[in-house]
Design a protein around this ligand. Sequence first.
Ligand SMILES: Nc1ncnc2c1ncn2[C@@H]1O[C@H](COP(=O)(O)OP(=O)(O)OP(=O)(O)O)[C@@H](O)[C@H]1O
Ligand SMILES: [Mg+2]
Length: 323
Amino acid sequence: MIELSENTSLRELQALSFWEKEEILQESSSAGPSNMNLVLRIKTSNRSVILKQSKPYVRKFPQIPAPIQRIQVEFEFLQLLENHPLAAKFVPKILAYDASNHILLTEDLGKGKDFSGIYSGEKSLNETDISTLMEFINVLHGIQAKDFPDNMDMRILNHEHIFHFPFQKENGFDLDSIQPGLQKLSLEFKHNELLKEKIESLGKQYLSKGETLLHGDFYPGSWLEVSTGLKVIDPEFGFMGDREFDLGVFLAHLDLGQQKEDLKNQVISSYSHSFNLPLLKAYRGVEILRRLIGIAQVPVNMTLSQKEALLNFAKSLIIDAHE
Ligand SMILES: Nc1ncnc2c1ncn2[C@@H]1O[C@H](COP(=O)(O)OP(=O)(O)OP(=O)(O)O)[C@@H](O)[C@H]1O
Ligand SMILES: [Mg+2]
């Protein structure tokens, strides 16, 4: 297998099979913030492209194994969407795919910014952004994709970090290193047996097969603002599951980014498919909890007491889901 890195020379990259006749590689650089995969922006004499290679581990933390087939999932997802008349405009076009080397080459959408800035308050979402994101979700959730890969290895990885690890009493992750006092605050959620029971059964639900093609990681890091509009990238967690999962994650990140209630109401009111409200609330709640007391933190700008209020809100979304 060809192992690429950020240090791979232009000469070695030029030797890959993707290039057109007389296409000369001119520059290779990191495409943007990423943890999981190698993602390069390669400028050539003809164009600029994005090269993504999955590894059998998390690129930034090579000691942590990760399912290498995730790039195949991303490829199949993008292929379905680029051939869909209403979905194509949201995603980068596939230029080449080399399954044996786990490399996907896509169109460079241009240097853009994702929406992670909403956590610190340096970026905010407006009504137009929400309607664009909802247009995407409405189209995506209507796509027929019966034979889509089950992506079970990635779901098991995600399951651990959403439904299990954050609620383990002794997980070895000192939350005080994130914010002093957070460890003590987290104990209530790690010791609440009713809450943990509900989260465990929700986790089983996440691992079961559903009817809807999901993005699987529908949060601000997957929304890219470029000159041609708002795009959706990084579908490596995609699978056939509960539509309430994508929606719940979406809403949870509006909570974590302290966005206006109007925007959250807009998400719910503009969703065009039927859904189960208690299930949506529960997925929203667990995503909030895991982002505040789990390992996959997002850079929120909140005092300890704001976190406490949001954690309690999340708990109520799960426990009182049926009220
Ligand atoms: N097609 C594209 N056009 C322009 N920029 C892109 C494109 N694909 C990725 N990027 C940039 O590269 C960054 C990393 O890409 P991506 O999120 O797909 O990688 P990843 O390794 O899966 O990241 P993560 O660790 O967050 O899962 C994006 O945040 C974006 O800035
Ligand atoms: Mg990713």
